[in-house]
Design a protein around this ligand. Structure first.
Ligand code: HEC
Length: 211
């Protein structure tokens, strides 16, 4: 009995493997949708192949992607282009020209502090002296930058570094919006570099005094 089952099984397998082939030698497809998914990919031009449909129809069909790429130079809503390239010159220029656009308030410093606790503290440490947990555990080499009053670093350079990264510090551009990066710069300067919050107000008061 077992023999018979084995033979029957063998014949069945052989038949399925070699059987039903169409004239091109290909097996017919059972429910072809399952193999040829109708899913449409973005940006792919589904224009027809002229080999099959002729140039005239292919021409009509050409350039019909499922979605179109935005026109070159398009700026997403809420995004500000950052004109300083990731070069030494870009870094220097950002340092000279870029100023924090956000008002320097306690509330903003508080927001910056929260972000610092999420994204920076494990390297730069709670007090900004580079004693973060990664450094303490020996997982990351000591951080050369210590945030304190003696650090002579314009805010534009700080923003640039958070945007592109520097040395062993990676770019944080994909994790933090531009506004969040400025909040961090504000927090670091106020908390560790002892920059007073109302300094922009002071500058204005001084100029008024001169006039
Ligand atoms: C993985 C560790 C690591 C993390 C996380 C990290 N940093 Fe850094 N950071 C460094 C290192 C290393 C340097 C020194 C870079 C150099 O000068 O070579 C540095 C330098 C800096 C500087 C000085 C830049 C300059 O121009 O000299 C600033 C400002 C800074 N970090 C801010 C931040 C902020 C804000 C965050 C959180 C969003 C952050 N860092 C997260 C490792 C880190």
């Amino acid at each position: 009995m077992k023999q018979i089952i084995k033979i029957a099984l063998g014949v069945f397998i052989l038949a399925s493997a070699t059987g039903c082939k169409d004239k091109d030698g290909l097996a017919p497809e059972y429910m072809p949708d399952m193999y040829r998914s109708p899913a449409i990919e973005t940006y792919v031009d589904y224009g027809m192949d002229p080999y099959y449909v002729g140039e005239a129809i292919a021409e009509q069909q050409r350039n019909r992607p499922s979605a179109r790429k935005p026109v070159e130079g398009t700026i997403p809503r809420g995004y500000m282009p950052y004109p300083y390239p990731n070069t030494f010159e870009g870094y220097q220029l950002a340092g000279e020209q870029l100023k924090n656009p956000l008002p320097k308030t306690e509330e903003n410093v508080k927001k910056g502090k929260e972000l610092f606790g999420m994204f920076c503290v494990h390297c730069h440490g709670k007090d900004g002296q580079g004693q973060g947990s990664l450094v303490e555990n020996g997982k990351f080499p000591p951080i050369p930058t210590k945030f304190n009053e003696n650090l002579d670093l314009p805010e534009g350079k700080m923003f640039h570094t958070i945007t592109y990264g520097k040395g062993l510090m990676g770019s944080h551009a994909s994790q933090l919006t531009q506004e969040e990066r400025w909040l961090l710069v504000m927090y670091i300067r106020n908390q560790f570099m002892k920059e007073p919050l109302n300094n922009n107000v002071n500058i204005e008061a001084d100029t008024n005094a001169v006039h």
